[in-house]
Design a protein around this ligand. Structure first.
Ligand SMILES: [Zn+2]
Length: 79
């Protein structure tokens, strides 16, 4: 059975590929957040809102890989 549920990938480590920093080649990352401000008109609550969008930052040089950047235009291309 190959049941893969979001957030809990049941895949053996040998079948995975490493992701390295495109800037320095380091292979560890830490989570960071983009914060997007939402105008009061859109939240419907009369107050400005903030939407946190998680991303990953290189622990060595703080570089954010292209893939982890916030793309304003939806990128529907699969890689
Ligand atoms: Zn780096």
């Amino acid at each position: 059975m190959n049941n893969i549920s979001p957030g809990q990938l049941n895949v053996s480590i040998e079948k995975t590929l490493p992701i390295v920093c495109e800037s320095c080649g380091n292979d560890t990352f830490t989570q960071a957040l983009y914060l997007r401000k939402v105008s009061a008109l859109l939240t419907g609550t009369g107050q400005e809102g903030v939407v946190p969008i998680p991303t990953f930052v290189c622990t060595k040089c703080n570089y954010v890989n292209e893939k982890f950047r916030l793309n304003i235009l939806p990128d529907l291309d699969d890689d």
